[in-house]
Design a protein around this ligand. Structure first.
Ligand SMILES: Cc1ncc(COP(=O)(O)O)c(C=O)c1O
Length: 401
């Protein structure tokens, strides 16, 4: 984008009055249909002899679970009230003991690390692949020990992690008592992403999704689901979700029927919402082509990126302070926020740092954390808004050079 075009776009659009959030607070979008089904679900709860909002047996819950299982191609889906609870449930189902180890990416949101700590197991960090930001299979091999019970990748920022690679590694390194470590995906940010002809959520022991307000689809602000092809595991998760059933430990991880009714519409619209994100992301990549020094998102040929976040890297020499200046300039001068998603998780949580087995041998993750930034993206961002953002980024990068 040459300087004259840039100037024209910036002047014509003007700085937004309210800064655009790096990770928009409302990631999906609702239509009249979601409003209608929510109202219907409330109306169906007016009779005191009828069904209330809670309860995992309600028809709306059953409908959402079968729709989401069909979408992911799994036999089972267990809806929950959020991904963080779902991650806790996932690890609880492994019956971990204190010497058991779980491998988690360091470049990550904190929820899965918290789940490992919560279950009293050893939290082992591994590096991210600097091109895709996903848990690096080659580094996972280095962190495996005879105590490894699970490989716990996050599908970072809307792209699939290389699940087949972890499954192969797990097969080659069975635990002496429990067999191959379980591969459990945190797909909170990657609902609807594709991997080798299937949707994220099909492969591995189970996959946990978020329907939080920021995510690719949402069920009235909170919610989530766990997919699996293992009916025994699903039965246990259902028990755990609802106070433990006859045999298991449990609590309350249920979503409401109003949320589930909205979720059914959102699942139906998910591909359409992702298609718009992809369109904007590709247009952005074309407009940023040639932007000096900035690495734009990479989509491996066997993946379909949802572009939950549009993850870029500044050059090595800009790591840390200059990256931060770039983000501050984007926000202060152009009203566009960028989110740093994510620096190594132990840098922002003293508790995780205290409990982690390793935090000083992750140079790749530390460098990525100091170089990455994600400029705002939303499926409803217009072409003109996207062009403004690109012009602003060109302007900032050139000024900082
Ligand atoms: C990677 C990741 N995992 C888990 C979560 C937690 O999701 P929830 O808010 O649904 O509990 C988030 C939320 O931001 C996330 O980004």
């Amino acid at each position: 984008m040459d300087a004259a075009t840039r100037r024209h776009i910036l002047d014509e659009h003007g700085k937004p009055e309210t800064p655009w959030r790096g990770e928009p607070n409302f990631g999906g979008w609702y239509t009249e249909e979601e409003i209608e089904v929510a109202v219907q679900a409330i109306r169906s709860s007016l009779d005191w002899k009828g069904e209330g909002f809670g309860g995992a047996g309600q028809q709306e819950i059953v409908n959402l679970e079968s729709a989401f299982a069909a979408y992911c191609g799994t036999s089972e889906c267990v809806s929950v009230n959020g991904a963080a609870g779902g991650l806790d449930m996932a690890l609880e189902a492994l019956d971990l003991e204190p010497h058991d180890e779980v491998i988690v990416p360091a470049v990550n949101f904190r929820a899965s690390s918290m789940s490992v700590i919560g279950q009293g197991a050893r939290l082992v960090f591994a590096e991210a692949d600097p091109r895709t930001f996903q848990l690096d299979p080659a580094d996972v091999i280095k962190r495996l020990t005879p105590n490894t019970r699970a490989i716990f990748p996050t599908h970072m920022n809307g792209l699939s992690a290389p699940i087949d690679d972890y499954l192969e590694i797990a097969e080659q390194h069975p635990h002496p008592k429990y067999g191959p470590p379980k591969v459990i995906g945190d797909a909170a940010r990657a609902c609807g992403g594709g991997y080798r002809g299937t949707k994220i959520g099909k492969r591995g022991y189970m996959t946990v999704f978020s329907f939080h307000t920021m995510k690719l689809m949402t069920t009235l602000g909170e919610g989530g689901a766990i997919t699996t092809d293992d009916p025994d595991l699903a039965a246990r998760l259902r028990d755990v979700r609802m106070f433990g059933g006859q045999e298991n430990w449990g609590s309350n991880y249920k979503m409401t029927k109003v949320q589930a009714a909205v979720g059914c519409v959102q699942v139906r619209r998910l591909d359409e919402m992702i298609a718009l994100r992809r369109k904007r992301a590709y247009e952005r990549t074309a407009m940023l082509d040639g932007l000096p020094g900035i690495t734009l998102p990479y989509e491996p040929p066997d993946c379909e990126h949802t572009f939950y976040l549009y993850t870029c890297l500044v050059p090595r020499e800009w790591a840390g302070e200059k990256r931060n200046r770039l983000c501050a300039m984007m926000r202060d001068e152009f009203g566009v926020e960028c989110v740093i998603a994510n620096a190594p998780v132990y840098l922002s949580s003293g508790l995780i740092k205290r409990y982690a087995a390793n935090t000083t041998d992750l140079p790749v993750s530390e460098e990525l954390g100091a170089r990455l930034f994600c400029p705002s993206l939303h499926p409803l961002m217009t072409e003109r808004e996207n062009a403004y953002l690109c012009a602003a980024l060109w302007e900032c990068v050139e000024r900082l050079q």
